[in-house]
Design a protein around this ligand. Structure first.
Ligand code: DAH
Length: 361
């Protein structure tokens, strides 16, 4: 009797002290294993008479239950500790410092930078950004913009035609300008409209200043009383903000576009002294965009009554003004994905010029 109590106390102590699951298993085996003392004691029950067996069996079962509980709780504790230790050992150190040298950082492409600058300036004047598909149909790219089939202006656009036609037999093209988004905007919801549309455009052309894919930004304002003075005011504000000088001179030169009447091209002053182009200096002129009052026929194509609604539009080459502002000589390099070029002409994030860092709060 006392011997069992002693053994039980010893076993409990060993189990509680077990410092690993292996040590605990060892302690369990010495009690309940094939050669364990409790197993042996249980086996011996058969040799006892009924009365003795009952008392002995009760005592042994109590010991067994007690030790099973101790085993279980020790096992849980050891398991928890093992998980805890593993979590600690496998922890990822997120505080590892980044390699912060400028070399290791990516660069913002000049096109992205200039799109940010342009949209920021127009956003501050109340414009929102609109977008349209690169793959366009003939109606949106030409017809609705007052360029019916056979219109000579179509020939000037070096259009990429897709071999497949649209569901209604419509010719499908890669958009040659961002102007189709004017149509999509006006047909997509009621005026007033005040949007800028940065995006990719496509023409079959390739030299120092032309690539088959390039970027434009379109502007459109439609309201009841919008007039050419607003066009001049908005574009003047834009040029000052974009070229970051009050001194840039502008010239509105009469021009022709099928989708505007009257139409004007905008030039800014520059100097070309010594073969170097400087914007905002000198008496030379440099064309930067096309613009005009939206043609009544364009409004009609969009279901608007020209006697009720009018407005202005403009279109500008993004790559071109990026080249101008940041002195980049060859447009083709923009799209060569040469990291040496990007490192030279790109912008370090968080260290970009005055504009394009988000609107000041
Ligand atoms: N879409 C013209 C082009 O690609 C540019 C343009 C000129 C857009 C005058 C306009 C505009 O909205 O009013 O050559």
């Amino acid at each position: 009797m006392t011997e069992i109590v002693k053994l039980a106390e010893e076993a409990e102590r060993a189990m509680t002290a077990a410092s690993s699951l292996e040590a605990l298993e060892e302690a369990r085996l010495s009690v309940l294993g094939k050669k364990g003392w409790l197993s042996a004691a249980l086996k011996e029950l058969g040799a006892l008479n009924a009365e003795e067996r009952k008392a002995r069996a009760q005592q042994l079962n109590e010991v067994k239950d007690r030790l099973a509980a101790v085993l279980e709780s020790r096992k849980t504790a050891l398991n928890d500790a093992a998980i805890e230790a593993r979590l600690k050992a496998e922890r990822l150190d997120m505080t590892l410092p980044l390699n912060e040298s400028a070399e290791a950082q990516g660069r913002i492409h000049p096109v992205s930078q200039v799109i940010d600058e342009i949209t920021e300036i127009f956003a501050a004047m109340g414009f929102s950004i609109a977008e349209g598909p690169d793959i366009e149909d003939d109606f949106h790219n030409f017809t609705a913009l007052n360029m019916p089939p056979e219109h000579p202006a179509r020939q000037m656009q070096d259009t990429f035609y897709l071999p497949k036609r649209g569901a209604d037999g419509e010719q499908i093209v890669l958009r040659t300008h961002t102007s189709p988004v004017q149509i999509r905007t006006m047909r997509g919801g009621p005026p007033p409209h005040r949007i800028v549309v940065p995006g990719r455009t496509y023409r079959s052309d390739y030299d120092m200043t032309h690539t088959p894919m390039f970027h434009q930004v379109e502007g459109l304002v439609i309201d009841r009383t919008t007039h050419m003075g607003h066009l001049k005011g908005v574009l003047t504000e834009f040029c000052k903000a974009f070229f970051e000088t009050e001194n840039v001179k502008m010239r509105f030169r009469p021009s022709y576009f099928p989708f505007t009447e009257p139409s004007a091209e905008v030039d800014i002053n520059c100097s070309r002294e010594g073969g170097v182009l400087r914007v905002g200096e000198g008496d030379d002129w440099l064309e930067i965009l096309g613009s005009g009052m939206v043609h009544p026929r364009v409004l009609q194509h969009c279901g608007l009554d020209p006697n009720e609604w009018q407005g202005f539009a403009f279109g500008m080459g993004i790559d071109r003004i990026a080249m101008l502002k940041y002195g980049i000589p060859d447009l083709r390099a923009f799209f060569d994905a040469d990291l040496r070029w990007l490192k030279h002409y790109g912008f370090v994030p968080l260290d970009i010029p005055t504009l394009g860092q988000g609107v000041a709060r």
